[in-house]
Write a protein that binds this ligand. Structure first.
Ligand SMILES: NC(=O)c1ccc[n+]([C@@H]2O[C@H](COP(=O)([O-])OP(=O)(O)OC[C@H]3O[C@@H](n4cnc5c(N)ncnc54)[C@H](OP(=O)(O)O)[C@@H]3O)[C@@H](O)[C@H]2O)c1
Length: 241
C-alpha cells in the first residue's frame, strides 16, 4: 500500500476545470493528498500537471460518474493505493439550456439526473466502504441554490430550470437522508452551493472560482464536532433548504 505521509486523502469529481479544479488547488495547499477526478484522461492530466507545477500533492483519478465500470475502477485504484478515503466531494455537474417546465422532455431530465443526482448517488454508494475506514470521513455534495424551494420563494425573479433544479433538490434530499443514516458514525454528510461562479457552466458569469470554492473547502475540512445533514450557502452559512 502506498504511503501518503499521513495526509488526508480527498477525491473530487469533475476537478479538471472550474470550481472542482480550484477546490483541488485549495485543499492541496492546505496539505491534503488530492485525487483529481476527471472523466477525460487528457483534460485530467493537463489539470494535474498545472497543480504539480505549483508544487502541490495531486494525482489523477479517471472517473465518469455516469459509468459504474469507471466508478468501480476508481474505487479499486484507491483501495489498492491507500485502502481508505477521507473525503469525497461530489462536484461533477452539468447545466444545459432548458425550455419552460411544461415543455420539458424526458431526455433533458435524464441528462441532468444522470450526472447531478445518480452520478453523486452511485459514486457515494460505491466509495462508502472506503470512507467508513477513515477516522473522520466527510462527504460534500455540491448543489445549487436552484435546488432550494426557499431560494425560489424568496428571490425576486423566477428561474425556470426544472430539470437542473429537481436534480439538485434530489441531491439535497440524498444529503439529508444519508446524514441521518450515518449519524452514529464519524462521517459527516453536507451540501453547499458555490453561488453564481464564473465557469464554463455559467458562460463565465459570477464571482471568481476562488470564492466559489470556499463553501466546498469549508465542508471538506469540518472539525469532528461540526454539523451533518445541513445545507450551506456560498458564505459558508447554514441556509434553509
Ligand atoms: N458555476 C456556478 O455558478 C454554479 C452554481 C451552482 C452550482 N454549481 C455546481 O458546481 C459544480 C461545478 O460546476 P462548475 O461551475 O465548476 O462547472 P464546469 O466548469 O462546467 O465543471 C463541471 C465539471 O463536471 C465534470 N463532469 C460533467 N459530466 C461528468 C461526468 N459524467 N463524469 C464526471 N465528471 C463530469 C466536467 O468534466 P468535463 O470537463 O469532462 O466536461 C467538469 O470537470 C456543479 O455541480 C454545478 O452544478 C455551479
Amino acid at each position: 500500500m502506498a504511503t501518503n505521509d499521513n495526509k488526508k486523502i480527498v477525491l473530487i469529481t469533475g476537478a479538471n476545470k472550474g470550481i472542482g479544479f480550484e477546490v483541488a488547488r485549495q485543499l492541496a495547499q492546505k496539505g491534503f493528498q488530492v485525487l483529481l477526478g476527471s472523466r477525460d484522461e487528457q483534460r485530467g492530466k493537463k489539470a494535474v500537471e498545472q497543480l504539480l507545477s505549483e508544487n502541490l500533492s495531486v494525482s489523477l483519478i479517471q472517473i465518469d460518474v455516469t459509468n459504474q465500470t469507471s466508478i468501480d475502477a476508481a474505487v479499486n485504484e484507491i483501495t489498492n493505493k491507500y485502502g481508505y478515503l477521507d473525503i469525497l466531494i461530489n462536484n461533477s455537474g452539468i447545466y444545459i439550456k432548458e425550455p419552460r417546465p411544461s415543455q420539458l422532455t424526458l431526455d433533458i431530465f435524464q441528462d441532468n439526473f444522470n450526472v447531478n443526482f445518480f452520478g453523486a448517488f452511485f459514486v457515494t454508494k460505491s466509495f462508502l466502504p472506503l470512507i467508513r475506514k477513515s477516522l473522520s470521513g466527510r462527504i460534500v455534495n455540491v448543489t445549487s441554490a436552484l435546488g432550494s424551494i426557499y431560494f425560489h420563494e424568496t428571490c425576486k425573479q423566477s428561474y425556470f430550470h426544472l430539470a437542473y433544479s429537481a436534480s439538485k433538490a434530489s441531491l439535497n434530499m440524498f444529503t439529508y437522508q444519508l446524514a441521518q443514516e450515518l449519524k452514529n458514525t464519524n462521517i459527516k454528510v453536507n451540501t453547499c452551493t458555490p453561488g453564481l461562479t464564473a465557469t464554463e457552466l455559467t458562460n463565465f458569469h459570477g464571482h471568481s472560482v476562488e470564492i466559489g470554492a470556499k463553501s466546498t473547502v469549508f465542508l471538506a475540512t469540518l472539525p469532528d464536532d461540526g454539523p451533518t445533514g445541513k445545507y450551506f450557502n456560498e458564505n459558508c452559512q447554514e441556509e434553509k433548504w
